[in-house]
Design a protein around this ligand. Sequence first.
Ligand code: GN1
Ligand code: MG
Length: 374
Amino acid sequence: MIPRSVEEMIAVGLLPYPVESISQHGDGLINNTFKIITKKKEDPNFLLQKINNRVFKDIDALQHNIRLITEHIRRKLEKDGVKDVENRVLIPSSILSNGTSRSYYWDHNNDYWRIYVFIEESYTHEKFLNVNMAESAGKALANFHKQLLDFNAPDFKELLPDFHNTPKRVETLKKRVEKDVAGRLKDVRSEVDFLLSREKEYSKVEVLGNRGILPKRIIHQDPKVNNILFDKKGNAKCIIDLDTVMHGYLCYDVGDAVRNCTNTGMEDDKDLKNVSVDLEMFKHFINGYTNIAKDFITWAEMESLGFGPRLLTYEQAVRFLSDYLHGDKYYSYKTFYPEHNLVRARAQIKLLESMEENYQQMSDHIRSLGNWQL
Ligand code: GN1
Ligand code: MG
């Protein structure tokens, strides 16, 4: 269903083009996105997105960050002679019908909206459909990292500090267990025990980072498969949903992509038999990633790539379970039934078990790709 506010904004002529249709777009858990198709073929189509300002409180800084990142990437691609640069373009509010300010978002009754030009001939998926897609997505992620190696804007702000700081996520879980505000702890004791028994194991990356063994780089932090745009043939065109771009370790991004993209089931699968890591997809994704990343990745980072998927799956289970215990406050927009976050946490736990079982094979594959023992 299209919210009244979207229809109202369009009706008062938000866009300076006649509109043909509005539809819900994509499956992100945080922001709410609508596709706007314009009447005339020559006019561009748009994505209208309601920004979740409970998560992103500083909208000015958020939008400024996105412009810095997209402009940096655009400059890089143009310098490399890439024609038809595929990249998000934000619409400044000054070109909108009533727009006067020079910001890149729109305030409608204290809700914040932004508009992107829709990238034509682009498709999003909830899964890799074949190994070529996995390989192409791996390359796209590595190219994204490569393009941002020299990104250094003094006015760029880290908006969600400690986003993937797993020990801090575990501390939050412990607090939620202690307070049990929603009275749900009694149903999830075994899940809590499972996760807390692994606390030390999953603090390793933070320790390596603090010792300077893993360098911090600018990374995406949320490279789910539905945050990658593909063309009709399944080639990745670009990475979208740049709200979370911040400093972090490469294994966070590779880990989160593998967590989300190589799951044989769904993130909220109720049937745990469906859920496991697809090793073929994993291998192809890693092949694509390292094919590009070999130019800049360090030995220690390469070693961390096999552990990243386990780490991010563990962390995501901790996050879903914490939110369940907290009464679904964080994922509130997209929690469709009372146990939804618990179902998600259980599916992540199942995926984690599958990755722990297959860890040797995953790490061996990474080691087989180069002389990383040096
Ligand atoms: C959220 O909005 P979306 O669906 O791209 C979340 C990610 C989680 C993901 C789980 C800002 O991403 O961190 O991994 O849901 N984004 C934020 O599906 O919290
Ligand atoms: Mg998204």
